[in-house]
Design a protein around this ligand. Structure first.
Ligand code: BTN
Length: 325
């Protein structure tokens, strides 16, 4: 089916919001004959859509395949800025790399880069990020906030809150956040966030926030070495979640929090973040690239930096580390 027709057909079903659409209405909407409509419906079925057809009522979509594409993300997206421009590719090395070059070329604020698979996904502290096809969300958001460079880590915490809220909205799960930005379920990691900057001395050109979300993996999908430390929404709930729907919800939550942040500052975000944090007021070990620091996590400061009180009662500021509780 031609992409334009397919988009219009899916748009018509999205507007119908689960109600039946008659063959006549569909043919008028997409501008083709009734016979062609029937053929297009068959094509959608071949793509994995489940459609119910009832005489005199027409058709309605009862189940969508878990496919992600620009169309799938755009249809039903309720944001004003976030995700209004989408760069989608089936397979990329890393969405961060593409986002960086788009940002360099002056792409619009709020643009997102999404891939079904990454062959060279990157994690924090120069680690690799396992990103197989058909199961997870590998997305980089590009924003251009007018804030000082030292405040940009706050955006990572804001993103973690947005993702937790989106998962809470669409599933019965109640994830927690391990500083700075690991989203956890039952002691295992479900989401990782990598924030990168394009900035000079005191001007932020763009912030690229990469999010890796394990959505529909089963335990067998993970390589042996990740099985004890990683989990997915499917493993935790037993059901699949449509990735495009979760992306839409994350973008909506992010946009709301980001606008709150730009008008009211970091305080309200910090409060929300603290409500989800599991590492606070506990004895922790922070493994940094310069060595380990042990002590009590007493909070985060207004820049989002973790504060640890060590045995000699001094306060250490942690900018980047892996936390063990
Ligand atoms: C972490 O180490 O916890 C951060 C993982 C971030 C992974 C995401 S997936 C989308 C984007 N592209 C990348 O290469 N990395 C980030």
């Amino acid at each position: 089916m031609q992409t334009g027709l397919r988009t219009k057909l899916l748009e018509a079903f999205s507007k119908a919001d689960g109600e039946f659409l008659s063959g006549q209405k569909i043919s008028e909407y997409i501008g083709c004959s009734r016979t062609a409509v029937w053929k297009h419906i068959e094509d959608l079925r071949k793509e994995g859509y489940e459609l119910e057809g009832v005489r005199r009522l027409g058709y309605r979509i009862t189940k969508k395949p878990d496919k992600i594409s620009s169309n799938e993300i755009q249809l039903g997206l309720k944001t004003n800025i976030m995700g209004r421009h989408i760069h989608f590719e089936q397979t990329v090395s890393s969405t961060q790399k593409i986002a960086q070059s788009l940002a360099n070329d002056g792409c619009p604020d709020g643009m997102i880069v999404v891939a079904d698979e990454q062959t060279d996904g990157r994690g924090r502290m120069a680690r690799a990020w396992y990103s197989p096809s058909g199961t997870g969300i590998w997305m980089s958001m590009i924003i251009r906030p007018n804030i000082p460079v030292n405040q940009t880590p706050q955006l990572t915490l804001l993103t973690a809150v947005a993702i937790v809220q989106a998962i809470e909205e669409l599933t019965p799960l109640r994830p927690t956040i391990k500083w700075p930005n690991d989203i956890m379920l039952n002691g295992k990691k479900i989401v990782g966030i990598l924030t990168e900057l394009q900035a000079e001395a005191d001007k932020v050109h763009s912030v690229i926030i990469g999010t890796g979300i394990n959505v529909n993996q089963t335990i067998e999908h993970f390589p042996e070495e990740l099985r004890n430390i990683a989990t997915s929404i499917k493993i935790e709930t037993g059901t699949n979640l449509e990735r495009a729907q979760l992306i839409q919800m994350i973008l909506l939550k992010f946009e709301g929090l980001y606008s709150l942040y730009l008008t009211k500052g970091f305080k309200p975000i910090k409060l929300l973040w603290e409500g989800y944090a599991i590492s606070l007021n506990k004895m922790i070990v922070a493994r940094t690239l310069r060595g380990s620091i042990e002590g009590k996590a007493i909070g985060i400061n207004d820049d989002g930096v973790l504060l640890i009180e060590t045995a000699d009662r001094s306060i250490e500021r942690i900018y980047s580390a892996d936390i063990e509780i």
